[in-house]
Design a protein. Sequence first.
Length: 249
Amino acid sequence: MKGKLESLLNNNNLPRHIVIIMDGNGRWARRKELDRISGHREGMRSVKSVVKAAKELGIKAVTLYAFSAQNWRRPKDEVDALMELLKQYLIKEANTLVEKGIKLNAIGRLWELPPDVYQVLIETTEKTVDCREMTLTLALSYGGREEIVDAIKKIISSDISIEELNEENFSKFLYTADLLEPDLLIRTSGEMRLSNFLLWQLAYTEIYVTKTLWPDFRKRHLIKAILNYQNRERRFGLTSDQIRKRKVQ
Ligand code: FPP
């Protein structure tokens, strides 16, 4: 049965692709006088809950910023713990993903991951390759600037000419070539920045920042973010009048 909040959603105007900067695990742990790793562990519970909720709500794609290219510079203990949590998530959730029809995808400099994590990631991706209900993308060792540089390297070694190159075919060289454009970016824990996430792809994305820390973020918070999105007017550089006329046509 749908909850009260969920029944307020307009199913004809759902964001198709939601991307999330999951921030605040450390602060959540500090407030509870726990170590940072406990914050990440609880953050993993939010990941499970939000992925399940997004699927139930009919969202077609979710992308999570799980580990940035810059996160390697954190203390070794924390990096190791995050890699272990990721591996455990993949091992434990593989069957649930298949059952729910969720295809796992990953973007970033994946070759920088520890070999055992990379191996499990590839295996889980392969297991879910035929799933069609929703795509879950994990951004791992991911940086937006790094992605653009990697795209340019691919372009230089491809046979595309400078004259041919445009925004549309450039985006096919990005890690996200097969993904929908993001409609909604959610950032938890109140910070107003992009932190090197999907710099190219977020050009027309609606941004929603909540003070809720990631380990506290669950289905009702996701619904609130979507309701907020549904009250926006997306203009893509056009005027309000133009948008209204387009809707009537
Ligand atoms: C940011 O919080 C969060 C991260 C760097 C890692 C996100 C990882 C998880 C939620 C757990 C595992 C993920 C998956 C996909 C299984 P922070 O540590 O920067 O928080 P702070 O700013 O409060 O210190």
